[in-house]
Design a protein around this ligand. Structure first.
Ligand SMILES: Nc1ncnc2c1ncn2[C@@H]1O[C@H](COP(=O)(O)OP(=O)(O)O)[C@@H](O)[C@H]1O
Ligand code: SF4
Ligand SMILES: [Mg+2]
Length: 374
């Protein structure tokens, strides 16, 4: 009797799985794993700096994002890393259409969505969801968890008709590892890690294809960080999600990222696979960031050279000419002040069969074995 029951359950689950896969293939227009689901080109966001109270006049601009290009492939995780203020959140807001770009294009599955409006914008917002940094402030304290997670259904009732919402929300709670009976509780009744799970459940509600997670674990204890990262990995497999995973620290994104992009002062300075960035970094800024990441092996840790960057990050309202990193770079020469380095495979490695053969925006890009993590 029991065996029969579990056999039926299995068959039902298989049927559900097949329907889910079919529905997904249909929704994606047979969009294959590995294809660029998002293509970002020369993205720029300048925030005007104004003076005067009655008669505001523009006296400059904060160049928060200043010519950023990358692809996000179906099913991959692209980590974006850089110090606070380098423009990571602005990139996230541009990609999720919470901000309008000053210039540049964003293509989603081959369609230009940069200035999408009306129904097209609604569809984009449904498919590209954001998970925010701080679970303490991003959840409305006066709403129950059920209302928070179910809120996106108000805008997209087609995903969950009114009578079906409670069940859908409980399913989502279960999916992120929370007790479905907590549906009527308030955010303050949860721990930081649990709140981030609520944020993730809300991000998943509309069954998006892309999740842009802006420092989703930065506010959490280290032990809880790993749990949330593991949950996100599991959900990625389960729902075929593509992630942009933002962090200010290279150690956080290593585990989850297929590729990593390093940002400095509004620009991407190096992009590569996980192995290329962590084992063969060629940009001095990446090398400096990596030298600050502790290595588990104490012997290797002892031998490691630490690069301490001097000075502060310059203001994005008035970035240095040429290479923006030059005011803190130990390798800077005159050429660095005169010429903007392009994000391209360094000529030194162009023909080399080496992990160093990946894009790096430095005139003197070179591996520096002493800082490579063991
Ligand atoms: N709405 C805004 N108005 C003016 N300046 C902004 C605005 N949002 C961000 N900035 C500025 O843009 C730069 C990049 O910010 P942000 O994208 O939040 O960086 P990150 O997420 O990497 O810390 C910072 O100098 C920040 O002060
Ligand atoms: S271009 Fe010059 S200043 Fe910029 S990272 Fe390379 S060596 Fe340093
Ligand atoms: Mg930020």
């Amino acid at each position: 009797m029991r065996a029969d029951h579990s056999g039926r359950k299995e068959a039902r689950e298989e049927g559900q799985e097949a329907r889910r896969l079919l529905a997904r293939a249909h929704a994606e227009n047979a969009f294959a794993a590995g294809e660029a689901i998002l293509e970002v080109r020369d993205l720029v966001k300048h925030f005007p700096l104004t003076q005067g109270i009655l008669f505001k006049r523009q006296v400059g601009a904060v160049k928060a994002v200043d010519g950023v290009s990358f692809d996000l492939h179906k099913g991959e995780t692209l980590g974006i890393v850089g110090e606070s203020g380098c423009g990571k959140s602005t990139v996230a807001k541009l990609v999720t259409h919470l901000e309008e770009p000053t210039a540049g294009t964003i293509r989603y599955k081959g369609n230009d969505i940069t200035r999408a409006s009306g129904r097209a914008l609604k569809a984009v917002r449904r498919n590209i969801q954001m998970v925010f940094q701080d679970p303490y402030t991003s959840l409305n304290p006066r709403m129950t968890v059920g209302d928070i997670i179910g809120e996106p259904f108000d805008i997209h009732p087609e995903v969950a008709p009114k009578g079906d919402r409670r069940r859908k929300v409980q399913e989502l709670l279960d999916v992120v590892g929370l007790n479905p009976e907590y549906i009527n509780r308030y955010p303050h009744q949860f721990s930081g890690g649990q709140r981030q799970r609520i944020g993730i459940a809300r991000g998943l509600a509309l069954r998006p294809e892309i999740i842009v997670a802006d420092e989703p674990v930065s506010a959490l204890d280290v032990s809880v960080q790993a749990q949330v990262v593991n949950l996100m990995e599991r959900l990625q497999d389960e729902f075929g999600l593509s992630y942009m995973f933002i962090a200010h620290d290279l150690s956080v994104v290593r585990h989850i990222s297929d590729r990593v992009g390093v940002m400095y002062l509004g620009k991407l300075v190096e992009v590569g696979t996980e192995a290329e960035i962590y084992e063969h970094p060629t940009h001095p800024y990446t090398q400096a960031l990596l030298s600050a990441v502790p290595v588990p092996d104490p012997e290797a840790e002892g031998k490691r050279e630490r690069i301490v960057l001097e000075g502060d990050v310059p203001s994005p309202a008035n970035p240095p000419s040429g290479c923006r990193f030059r005011t803190r770079c130990w390798k800077a020469e005159q050429r660095c002040a005169d010429e903007v380095p392009l994000l391209a495979v360094p000529s030194l490695y162009e023909k080399a069969d080496s992990g160093a053969a990946h894009p790096s925006a430095c005139h003197f890009a070179e591996e520096r074995s002493a800082v490579v993590a063991a």
